[in-house]
Design a protein. Sequence first.
Length: 477
Amino acid sequence: MRKSLMFAVAFMSTFSVWAETVVPASAVKSLNVTVYNNGLGLIKDTRSVAFKKGDNTLSFTGVSARIQPETALFSADGVGVREQNFNYDLISRESLLQKFLGKKIKVVSTNPATGAETVETAEVLSVDAGLVLKIGDRIETDSTARLIFPDIPENLRDKPTLTLDVVSDKEGPQTATLGYLTDGLSWRADYVAELNDAENAIALNGWVTMTNETGADYINADVGFVAGTVNRVRPRARKMQTKGMMLDAISNSAVLSEGMREEALMDYHLYSLDRKTTILSKQSKQLALLSAPNAAAKKKYVFENIVPPYGSLSGGVFDTRSAAVRLTFKNDKASRLGLPLPEGTVRVYKADSKGRLFFVGEDRIRHTPENETVGLSLGEAFDITASGKRTAFKKAAATEMNSRLEPVALSDSTFEITFKNAKDKPATIEYVQLFPDNRTLVSSSDKEKQDGRNKVWTLTVPAKGEKKLTLVIRSEK
């Protein structure tokens, strides 16, 4: 098999039926690769091309195997495009057999005892349900013999090729640019955050992981990543306006660490590597995105809705639960950040007393503009717990009316919530209770603040101690 395929490749270099000018990847003068969040890539490929005056057939090799050919945009001075074809039928054992269905090939069998080779002529009868050959007066299926093909069929290529029929008004070499959209390019952001001993700051580092599944190598390319959701039309049409997407955007430029630059691009954000890099096919590459060695942060313990916000309040005792551990930081310059953060996963670590790092939780953030607050849910606290119970119930007078001007039955329930802290130092906790339209807070043992339909209490629980919160909640039926 290997020898026959080598024969096919060698044959291609001498085959002359195709009257075309091959524009190989080695002719690339500059290459721009822009990758979007949804698996879409924009390629801007500039090559040196030797034009003849008049009609030319140009074959661009080394393009993406997952190109969207209808999005291709070709430009060269004094050159117009008449027709374009994307040839993705590549050389393989299967494709060669398909092309020679009903035709003659050679098969080479080796005698295992003597090593002698026998060459016979065979007709390819079937391929789809397994290889079937007619050799002389016998039929063979699934032959293990080596196959030899007499030539390379027309339009069978060794690599994906975009062919353009163009007309040039002059002869000679000049620069031509080919731009197109392709599937198979993707990127994601990942962050690593190390929480300091005082738990009031993090060292945040961001990485971009780019994956290339296009079948093409992008050598020495300028690479950019677009954060934001670009609308795509599927599946009836995939045509997109590529020209506008290739324009360089220069506004609100900000320098990130490790050679990454950020700028606004219409309603998106573009991150560009300040150096060239190579992304090979079937490769994932990590690039440093940002570094914030001392960003202000805050860890807090949160409980929510120990009293069920909906349904009956007749339950007596509520199960013990652990506090949710949350880490928040504001994405602004005052917090020593202030750069647009692409969507991604943040993994948080903290060192123990011996300086050994431990993983303490992870969460996903959305695209976060400057000046917004990021909240990470890391897990549940082992030593911070809460439980609750209803301690009193009393029916109130029907002093309210519903929308039909009918009297409403009211009742007051008293709840005692106990927060416990098994740590060696005091803990500040945040308790959030939702109040739907049919419930109101009559009284509370501690001061609260309003946050939409929520009431929020900030409480300090002493070391090795507990804190009780008493609520009187009025409900209507």
